[in-house]
Design a protein around this ligand. Structure first.
Ligand SMILES: [Zn+2]
Length: 431
């Protein structure tokens, strides 16, 4: 099976599939359906349902994953994600890509589904294969999905990244925009520009413990007790990503510091004669520190992803994630000296009570490996939440093969782990 899985992963990786550009990969699967005499339905957004008739009795089971991938490349790469396939590098068990993201998330899930579709040696009830678009960007797939055509009330989502675990819940999140309007005035003081960059960064959900080294929070924490007058603060790129850089311009008569214990810290004197009052500065710094980044409690985490100053206005984007409804509620009601505006929120997902899918998964896992899988709380369960809400009574689990550094050019996955997941699902559907 190893060779089939590898070959199928290569077939999928040869088809470009950036978010919003899923026609080719969706049509690829339509061709597979035609060649194997499988029923299919492709909608105008390239969401796709393929059905394979069972050879045993039993409830229909759906497999689901997204068609698109996050496209990143190294600075020196000429790769064109609209036309070029991924240059996959296989080294023993390890699979990486040359100079681009690999799309293991979720080329691996797609390869497992492709294998199940084409394989006739396995025993299975009716199977459905559900493919969504734009999971990595707009969630257009689950927003527009033709749910009324889905027949299964059991579903295996293959968009997780740890083969010894099963997702039993995903956190909800809230993204707030904070704005503050202060007053700038001219002052007779020296002005400095402080820059910190080159921190590790990454997706704040996947790299929650890196969020502590958020460049914005880190730089402000060094200034909070100093007598400084802020002129501007700018850092980060996106609420969900840990800020890798921050730049602060301020005025002061005090001697600050020359180094921060970080080789990427720079301070230089600049021409500038305007800044906020001491009180405005305190308010702004306090708000930044109050919005904690990284793990907050066992159940919650946060990320101050972006801050911008335009004239006398400061704007922050902050993401709060939590598995407890009451804590999300409390967060959304919390008071601030800034103006708070909620940009969006995602609901908490919890596995169906007394889930038969979870029971079956644990049984099969135990039979194969003589231990139980870990039950984890995942991040970002937008797709499973949508399927759960759209299909009454559906029983969903989320699993997947090992992969790390996803959404980066260092993405890596392991063939032995693909085999493990394939083996588990084949055993799950055979009786
Ligand atoms: Zn994914």
């Amino acid at each position: 099976m190893r060779d089939k899985l590898i070959n199928n992963f290569l077939r999928i990786s040869s088809v470009p599939r950036s978010s919003g550009n899923e026609k080719q990969i969706s049509d690829f699967f339509v061709e597979i359906a035609k060649n194997n005499n499988l029923d299919y339905y492709q909608d105008e957004n390239y969401n796709l349902i393929i059905r394979k008739k069972g050879n045993i009795e039993g409830d229909s089971i759906a497999f689901q994953v997204h068609l698109d991938m996050v496209c990143k490349k190294r600075d020196n790469s000429n790769h064109d994600f609209y036309t070029d396939g991924i240059d996959v590098v296989i080294n023993g068990d390890e699979v990486t890509a040359k100079d681009t993201s690999l799309g293991a998330d979720q080329g691996v899930g797609l390869a497992i589904m492709l294998t199940l579709m084409e394989e006739d040696s396995i025993k299975h009830p009716d199977l459905e294969f559900l493919f969504t678009v734009e999971e990595e960007t707009t969630f257009k797939g689950v927003i527009t999905f033709p749910y009324d055509r889905v027949e299964s009330k059991k579903m295996i989502n293959l968009d997780y990244c740890m083969d010894n675990a099963v997702v039993v819940a995903t956190a909800g999140d809230i993204v707030n925009e904070y704005t503050y309007e202060g007053q700038l005035s001219k002052k007779e003081m020296k002005s400095y520009k402080l820059t910190l960059d080159g921190l590790l960064g990454g997706n704040s959900g996947d790299y929650i413990d890196r969020s502590r080294d958020n460049a914005i929070t880190l730089l402000v924490s060094k200034l909070i007790d100093k007598k400084v007058y802020l002129t501007s603060i700018n850092g980060g790129t996106f609420e969900n990503d840990v800020a890798v850089s921050c730049e602060i311009v301020l005025q002061t008569n005090d001697v600050l510091f020359n180094e921060l214990g970080n080789s990427n810290f720079k301070m230089e004197q600049v021409e500038n004669d305007e800044s906020f009052s001491l009180e405005d500065t305190k308010n702004i710094f306090k708000q930044i520190i109050d919005l904690k980044s990284g793990r907050i409690t066992e159940d919650s985490s946060g990320n101050l992803g972006l801050i911008r100053t335009i004239g006398n206005k400061v704007m922050i984007k902050y993401l709060y994630r939590c598995i407890k409804e009451e804590d999300l509620e409390e967060f959304s009601n919390s008071k601030s000296i800034f103006n708070v505006n909620m940009l969006y929120d995602d609901h908490i997902w919890k596995i169906k009570e007394n889930s038969n899918m979870l029971k079956k998964y644990k049984e099969v896992y135990y039979k194969l490996f003589n231990e139980y899988p870990i039950e984890v709380v995942g991040q970002g369960g937008m797709e499973i939440t949508s399927f759960q809400e759209a299909i009454d009574g559906i029983d969903i689990i989320s699993i997947g093969a090992n992969m790390t550094n996803i959404h980066t050019v260092d993405e890596i996955t392991y063939i032995s782990s693909w085999e493990k997941i394939y083996n588990i699902v084949v055993n799950m559907i055979k009786d």
